[in-house]
Design a protein around this ligand. Structure first.
Ligand code: ADP
Length: 579
């Protein structure tokens, strides 16, 4: 039975740890799975949003391109479009209202060197201060002739030859030769004034003569009349495109093929994330794009708002739930193991009891046997003092029989307690008298103590009258006194009875070995004996258990105060009337 229990306990412990380990493993795996799934989803969402931004920019530029091509068609539809007609056309398109970010819509015409004078003279009829500038000598000139809206900013651009400035020149030439809408590099727009200047660019749509071949770059260069063009302020344009809906990711736009501060033309959140993006951001996209013939770099990183919509809290939640469940299961295993421990302890105590009990029963039996043999021999020999000898031997036998009787009585009491048959029969008596009687009866046993019978101290004995089971309380006092003798190291013993109006106290004090703290409550349990010095002293570990049951069935309490090596004081508290 015992080895099995031990094996069972070890198994429980093993499975407990195993479950914990598996639980932690599964928790880790689930958390990691959720984390990587979320990470993947976040990344996809990030890529999707970055792509959306790029699409929105393209879509808007397509619209502008469309608007410019439409304006070109307007110019082609008539031989001579007047300034007023163009103004009305522009008003009707509502371009600046529908797509804020565009600064103007204009027409730049090509003028051969020889035609310049007549051209200027002609235009001065409607605009007296008109001139083509810068005024230095060139082979051909491109003059901004029409521009809408005709506000003071745009009026500044009239007559300006964009072809004279290298960045614009490059884009115009590209548009002229390819026949395609072309975006220029970053410039400071002519319209730009005041302190809050920002980079801008132009979009050119070439405007050719009709009914001439336009297949080759040369044919196109020869057929060119001018350009329909639109200037944009970069910051205003991109802000207008991106403010259409809430962004969770930041976009920075660069030109000139390199991500550095001087090439930055737009930054959505105004923070230069491109500098340390690798270290700081989990997600990052660098996209090289071409927009109407001009190259840009788009740099995307998540904004703080991107994180709040991501599901990074779930893995930690899963981890916490997993940990709690794993530890709960582990705890259940350990509690089962603890129950097994308690069971084991009980079995150990019972086994020890059997060994002590058989020893306790064997000692008086051996003496009895010896005494019977001695008696037989004495009777055989018939010595002169034979009566005296036989008397002594039967006296000793009687004592051993009494000892045996006490042991059997104790064991009977235990079975009575177990089956609930320990009943008390009350009668009225004075506790002081009862204690005096017991002390008197035990006189002989006190002979080992130098002072003999214990010191008695009775306080208020007139109140010590009550209703209790006399026999049972005698058993308790006898037990406490014989323990005081057994464990009292042959030192002085005292007993005190103290009575109040409704309670009585019996205190038995010795100056013996004392009881270690850890045993103080255990000694009142069945078969329990304080280990150590008590081992050498005979006893079944039943006395205090029975005493406590008796006191309890009177509605009272018993407890001990003790100091190891100095002694113990057992106190019985009883209500005046048992119940
Ligand atoms: P027993 O004395 O037969 O062992 P008890 O139930 O009377 O059984 O006592 C239980 C245990 O309590 C004892 O084995 C002993 O270790 C301890 N004990 C009881 N009384 C005293 C005492 N006065 N001083 C020290 N230890 C005591």
């Amino acid at each position: 039975m015992m080895p099995d229990l031990k094996k069972y306990k070890n198994l429980i412990s093993f499975y407990g740890w195993l479950t914990l380990l598996i639980g932690l493993g599964i928790t880790g795996m689930i958390s990691y799975y959720i984390y990587s799934k979320n990470y993947h989803e976040d990344q996809m969402r990030f890529e999707y949003e970055a792509d959306e931004i790029w699409k929105r920019i393209q879509f808007r530029m397509d619209r502008y391109e469309g608007a410019l091509i439409q304006a070109r068609a307007f110019f082609l539809s008539s031989d001579n479009v007047s300034r007023t007609e163009f103004h009305r056309y522009f008003e009707k398109t509502k371009l600046t209202e529908r797509y804020p970010g565009i600064q103007a819509l204009g027409l730049a015409v090509r003028i051969k060197k020889d035609d310049l004078k007549s051209h200027v003279k002609n235009i001065r009829k409607e605009l007296p201060h008109y001139t083509v500038w810068p005024e230095d000598h060139r082979n051909e000139y491109y003059s901004i002739l029409y521009i809408e809206p005709m506000d003071w900013r745009n009026q500044r651009a009239i007559g300006y030859d964009m072809y004279s400035e290298p960045v614009r020149h490059e884009a115009m030439k590209k548009a002229m030769l390819s026949g395609l809408p072309t975006v220029s590099g970053m410039v400071t727009l002519i319209q730009e004034a005041g302190s809050r200047q920002q980079p801008g660019f132009n979009l050119y749509v070439p405007y050719y003569k009709e009914n001439v071949p336009l297949k080759t770059p040369t044919e196109r260069a020869n057929a060119l009349i001018g350009f329909i063009y639109a200037p944009f302020r970069a910051n205003d344009l991109f802000t207008s495109i991106l403010s259409e809906s809430k962004l969770n990711i930041d976009v920075e736009i660069f030109e000139n093929g390199e991500m550095k501060a001087e090439n930055l033309i737009f930054d959505f959140d105004g923070k230069p994330n491109f500098i340390h993006s690798e270290k700081v951001n989990k997600f990052r996209i660098v996209k090289h794009v071409t927009l109407n013939g001009h190259d840009f770099i788009l740099h995307f990183v998540p904004l703080p708002s991107f994180r709040t919509t991501s599901d990074l809290a779930y893995p930690s939640m899963a981890a916490i739930i997993g940990l709690v469940i794993s530890f709960l299961i582990f705890r259940i295993f350990m509690l089962t193991k603890k129950t097994q421990d308690v069971l084991q302890e009980a079995i150990n105590a019972r086994d020890e009891f059997f060994s002590i009990a058989s020893h306790e029963l064997k000692t008086p039996l051996t003496s009895l046997k010896l005494q019977a043999q001695l008696m037989k021999r004495t009777l055989d020999k018939n010595p002169p003092n034979f009566r005296e000898k036989i008397f002594n031997l039967s006296d000793q036998s009687e004592k051993q029989t009494q000892r045996l009787e006490r042991l059997v009585d104790d064991m009977l009491d235990i079975s009575r307690i177990r089956t609930g048959r320990l009943t008390i029969q009350t009668e009225r008596f004075n506790l002081c008298d009862m204690v005096t009687d017991v002390v008197g009866r035990m006189k002989e046993q006190f002979s080992v103590i130098p002072g003999g019978a214990p010191q008695t101290n009775y306080i208020s004995c007139e109140n010590a009258v009550g209703e209790w089971d006399k026999m049972r309380l005698e058993q308790v006092v006898t037990n406490l006194l014989s323990n005081a003798i057994k464990y009292g190291s042959e030192k002085e013993i005292s007993i005190e009875v103290q009575a109040t109006s409704d309670r009585v106290y019996i205190k038995v004090k010795d100056n013996g070995i004392g009881i270690p703290l850890e045993f103080r409550n255990k000694i009142f349990e069945r078969f329990e004996r304080a280990s150590g010095t008590a081992k050498s002293i005979t006893g079944l570990g039943l006395g205090l258990y029975i005493s406590e049951q008796i006191v309890r069935s009177h509605g009272g309490r018993i407890w001990v105060e003790s100091e190891v090596g100095k002694g113990s004081t057992f106190t019985v508290e009883l209500p005046t009337i048992a119940g």
